[in-house]
Design a protein around this ligand. Structure first.
Ligand code: 6PG
Length: 464
């Protein structure tokens, strides 16, 4: 039996998710930090309000619900979640579950799971992707928690999730922090894809001097082909919008990107595990640098080199974007693999790709292929070595090279595309150049190195 459901936090995402739950025939209790939101939401729910009960506070809501309860928190990540848990713990009883549906740091989710379980309650860390529209009509849902708790809520979660050819885009991916970690990496890939798209837009706009509306049409066309994806689709739509004077609306927006943390967390975790998600890192860095608007204005004045025209075909740009996107996904999955090994999560990469096929922000045509590639165990576990992807890369990387070269020669910053190429070029060489780094380490610090023949812990003749 489904527990009684309550949702706290009627912001954009919370309201949309609440309407989705009601729409699927479930009764729902709601409350919000400021209680004037509750009547507002009741009005918004229209006929769905008959299954809705509003409450003045989280505690009052929890008290009014019948056990077993599932209290879904849709509040900003961080302290607000801890505050809610502190309020709920004295009220809830064994068998009740607290569901954190925000973009939590998975470390917090692991800590909270322990804390809540110690009180005899259960916790579910639930990553929800798809923005407002997804939350309303079907998001992709990445769950971490015990199997029992998942089974208790599975019916509701699958009902509200997006469907890909009938298959719900929701799954329990592992214990405690696994769901929020997968959501974090989803967002890391989202950052990377957005950066690659923005770089490609920049080359068409400032390198090929195309009018914005034309660039928008190109993205719309690309969305009909192998770049088909939600992010390419909305790029086409955004670029088609004009302001009251008929000028591109995008030109009225300050070029200073925000970020709430998930992209950065992906990079932090990657580096902490001795890994690198360089395209995601480039995307986080590009947003950070963009936020330093006055410094860039100073740089334009002091360094002042101008972006020159580039001679590139649309086909090359399309292929380069595809190659970059493949690397962004591949790096995301590498981080998932590293975390799965570290925490013993046993993540199912194929299933993760499947539940990203609809509902979420990074949904794209590629994900079905990615899912199949992981099902048939790619060589060395690498997505980029799976036959279908190796083939795609062999075909598109020459274009990526031309795009990165042309952009670089003409002073267009393309850190994401460049990082993607650097990754592929590194993994396409059996012998690299780090033998020199090993020699240097030994030279200055007797750090030792291994010989090609197999002898380990050797030192160079410079120590003789
Ligand atoms: C999603 C989005 C969503 C949100 C991100 C954006 O999957 O629905 O990722 O979670 O838009 O938090 O993050 P930034 O504000 O850091 O860009």
């Amino acid at each position: 039996t489904t527990p009684s459901l309550g949702l706290y936090g009627l912001g954009t995402m919370g309201s949309a998710l609440a309407l989705n739950i009601l729409d699927n025939g479930y009764a729902l209790h709601v409350s919000n930090r400021s209680d004037d939101k509750v009547p507002e939401f009741e009005a918004e729910a229209g006929p769905l309000a008959e299954r809705l009960t509003g409450h003045a506070s989280l505690v009052e809501m929890a008290k009014a619900m019948t056990a077993p309860r599932a209290v879904i928190l849709m509040v900003p990540a961080g302290k607000p979640v801890d505050d809610c848990i502190a309020d709920l713990e004295p009220v809830l009883e064994k068998g009740d579950v607290i569901v954190d549906a925000g973009n939590a740091d998975f470390n917090d989710t692991m800590r909270r799971t322990k804390q809540v379980e110690a009180k005899g309650l259960a916790f579910l860390g639930m990553g929800v992707s798809g923005g407002e529209d997804g939350a309303r009509h079907g998001p992709s849902i990445m769950v971490g928690g015990t199997n029992d708790v998942w089974e208790g809520l599975r019916e509701v979660i699958e009902a509200i999730a997006a469907k890909f050819e009938g298959d719900p885009c929701a799954a329990r991916l592992g214990p405690d922090g696994a769901g929020h970690f997968v959501k974090t990496v989803h967002n890391g890939i989202e950052y990377a894809d957005m950066e690659l798209i923005a770089e490609t837009y920049g080359l068409m706009r400032y390198g090929l001097n195309r009018p914005v509306s034309e660039v928008g049409k190109t993205f719309k066309r690309w969305n009909e082909g192998r770049l088909q994806s939600y992010l390419v689709e909305i790029t086409g739509e955004v670029l088609a919008v004009e302001d009251a004077g008929g000028a591109p609306f995008v030109d009225t927006i300050l070029d200073r990107a925000g970020q709430k943390g998930t992209g950065r967390w992906t990079v932090i975790e990657a580096v902490r595990m001795g890994q690198s998600a360089s395209v995601i890192e480039a995307a986080v860095g590009a947003r950070a640098w963009s936020a330093e608007k006055p410094v860039r204005e100073g740089g334009a004045d002091i360094l002042g080199w101008v972006r020159e025209d580039v001679d590139l075909s649309e086909e090359d740009l399309e292929a380069a974007l595809l190659a970059g996107r493949i690397v962004a996904y591949a790096q995301g999955f590498r981080i998932l693999e590293a975390s799965s090994n570290e925490f013993g999560w046993d993540l199912d990469f194929s299933r993760i790709a499947e539940i990203w096929r609809a509902g979420c922000i990074i949904r794209s045509r590629l994900l079905d292929d990615i899912s199949q590639a992981f099902r048939s165990e790619p060589p060395q576990g690498q997505l980029v070595f799976a036959p279908a992807f190796a083939e795609m890369l062999k075909e598109t990387v020459p274009a990526l090279r031309r795009v990165v070269s042309a952009a670089t020669l003409a002073a267009h910053p393309v850190p994401g595309l460049t990082a993607a190429l650097g990754f592929l070029d590194t993994f396409a060489q059996a012998r690299g150049t780090t033998e020199l780094i090993q020699a240097q380490r030994d030279f200055f610090g007797r750090h030792g190195f291994d010989l090609i023949g197999g002898d380990t812990g050797q030192h160079g003749p410079w120590w003789d």
